[in-house]
Write a protein that binds this ligand. Structure first.
Ligand code: F6P
Length: 369
């Protein structure tokens, strides 16, 4: 049966690239005579009491959305399979299914990360016609080389890392920059390289604090003895990085509806350790949510266009239960389909053996095979 209406929603942390993807869904659907309904605030928008308000999207309305960061549809970390209302937790997935029917939505395109697409996979198992689009600045989803938001966020992080070098150089201190990424170090590692970090600490490789301090002390001491050399350093630390034998640092103990704690604070801890263990001053900055902000980079606009367009094509083909995936990054990429479970089966982490130097705590200088 021909599709009449596609629903689109964005879930989890926002990311630059979401609006270009929504726009592409709307444009491709319009070409095929399919209506698109925007659902507000992720899975929350399909629960009773929320789904009464939706947004009919058309080509003219979304014309300039490719230029916007964040998500115009809003987002949430609501998990309909573990919904909390009036102090009680319950499975509200049947509400979602009933409300999709009520809204006349015969295909759903959720755009999100591990959690949002995990819900999509479970709904597919319950008969919902769904095609997912991968998004997260963490780039930690399986089954795809690209997730929307990574490129823009990496640029933002690299920019601040680079800017950290001049104050640190002028004042001769160690600047610690904490970046997001949850349990994956992609964002830290590559923005660290691009921004000129001396050390980058990632969750995939617990670090030896003594060795980190030794590397820093050697570098700054040489700079003090001989002014031709740098008497500062920038250390990038991923929020999920941890010292050997240590534990992740969380902002709070509570976990969200998907069981995730909010990471944060390891950078400030490291700066304290550097001050306590060396004669060097150290400052810490956590980049926080602004690293998810700003207008999408050209790569995120292009990938949003490709992912959104492919999602509608997949709906037309009836490729339910799939996620749009990329091999390579635009413009030299191939767009394909992967089962939704691939995205959520296991995290895509930094290949330490290939990309990381465990002696110097930075990107490997061994590139060819
Ligand atoms: O998954 C994206 C992300 O930005 C992670 O890098 C970070 O750990 C988390 O979301 C922060 O969550 P919140 O936006 O709920 O504070």
């Amino acid at each position: 049966m021909a599709l009449k209406r596609i629903g689109v929603l964005t879930g989890g942390g926002d990311a630059p690239g979401l609006n270009p993807a929504i726009r592409a869904v709307v444009w491709k659907a319009a070409e095929l005579g399919i209506e698109v309904t925007g659902i507000y605030d992720g899975w929350k928008g399909l629960l009773d009491g929320y789904c009464d308000e939706t947004w009919p999207l058309d080509v003219e309305l979304v014309r300039y959305w490719d230029l916007d960061g964040g998500t115009r549809l809003g987002s949430s970390r609501t998990n309909p399979f573990n919904h909390k209302k009036d102090g009680e937790k319950f499975d509200a997935s049947d509400q979602v299914i009933a409300n999709l029917k009520k809204l006349g939505i015969d295909a759903l395109v959720p755009i999100g990360g591990e959690d949002t697409l995990g819900v999509a996979a479970k709904l597919f198992a319950k008969g919902v016609q769904v095609v997912g689009i991968p998004k997260t600045i963490d780039k930690d989803l399986g089954g795809t080389d690209y997730t929307l938001g990574f490129d823009t966020s990496m640029r933002t992080c690299a920019d601040i890392i680079e800017r950290s070098r001049t104050p640190a150089g002028s004042h001769h201190w160690v600047q610690v920059v904490e970046v997001m990424g949850r349990h994956a170090g992609h964002l830290a590692l590559w923005s660290g390289l691009a921004g000129g970090a001396f050390i980058t600490l990632i969750p995939e490789a617990p670090f030896n604090l003594e060795r980190v301090v030794q590397l820093l002390d050697e570098r700054l001491s040489r700079g003090k003895r001989d002014r031709r050399f740098p008497r500062y350093a920038v250390v990038v630390i991923s929020e999920g990085a941890l010292p050997e034998g240590g534990q992740e640092v969380n902002v709070e103990q509570q976990v969200d509806a998907f069981g995730h704690a909010r990471l944060g604070g390891i950078g400030a801890w490291l700066a304290d350790q550097i001050r306590a263990r060396t004669s060097w001053d150290s400052r810490a900055v956590a980049l926080g949510h602004p690293q998810r902000g700003g207008v999408p980079s050209p790569i995120d606009r292009i990938m949003g266009h490709l992912f959104g367009t492919a999602a509608v094509e997949a709906c037309v083909q009836g490729a339910w239960g799939k996620m749009i995936s990329a091999r390579g990054i635009a413009p030299a990429c191939t767009i394909g389909l992967q089962p939704l479970e691939e995205a959520t089966k296991g995290l895509n982490l930094v290949d330490v053996a290939r990309h990381y130097n465990l002696e110097r705590y930075q990107v490997s200088r061994h590139v060819l095979g």
